[in-house]
Design a protein around this ligand. Sequence first.
Ligand code: ADP
Length: 268
Amino acid sequence: MEDMSQYPLELNGDDVPMVRFMNVSKRYGDLTVLDALNLDIQQSEMVTVIGPSGSGKTTVLRMLMTLEKINEGVIYVDGKPLTHMEKNGVLVPASDSYIRSVKGDIGMCFQHFNLFPHMTALQNCIEAPIHVLKMNKKEAIERAEDMLEMVGLADKKDQHPIRLSGGQQQRVAIARALCMRPKVMLLDEVTSALDPEVIGEVTNVIKKLVAEHNLTMLMVTHQMGFARDISDRVCFFFDGKIEEQGTPTALFDNPQRERTQQFLSAVK
Ligand code: ADP
């Protein structure tokens, strides 16, 4: 059993990161997918995860989405444990109701946007704020209209997803996530399922978000140019660990580790 007394009940002080992975391990049977991962993401920081297939990139996001339990370690969001809760002065694995109460802090967009097909763009955006956050309908609609405008789709608010292009659907999915006012936004391969000609419209929306909205973001992408353009920091994953991390310029132009160099020369 892991000694949980090593983990603070809360993170305090002036420099509390928005997200902290502290010794986080995730295993499937004998396979260690995340190996004692330590990763801090500061408020308003845009961190991108790159790395070969199977290196654990998606698992990092899945752990933050609280979709599955971690085997060791603790994840904190805004200083509070996400994966654990306090009981008798120590952290214990979070209950489902605790997870429900904190998971609203995390917004997410996936490769496959999963919009509700029977709802318009606007209805997609107000559903969770009304039913999960208990926001009143007028306020939810105002917020949804603002977010749809931010992604450039104010004129499409009454369309159903099937009438929208893939790029437009992904922009609605981004607007929908933002309507929940998440503290952290996760983006998992948001451009991978898109036709090449619409990738730009989605990356431009994300660039605008980073520039204007000070959101804390963690993104997984295969698009190295995009990662270079918008990240404050890039983490190269290999075998469930951060092999190397740094500013985009440092990591892409002057990688120090051989595995990073090999990966980057293979994807160029
Ligand atoms: P990446 O996103 O970097 O491609 P993943 O995080 O998806 O990598 O996966 C990391 C490793 O974990 C892979 O070896 C994958 O096969 C394994 N894995 C992921 N999910 C499961 C699961 N539910 N059961 C068993 N193995 C899994």
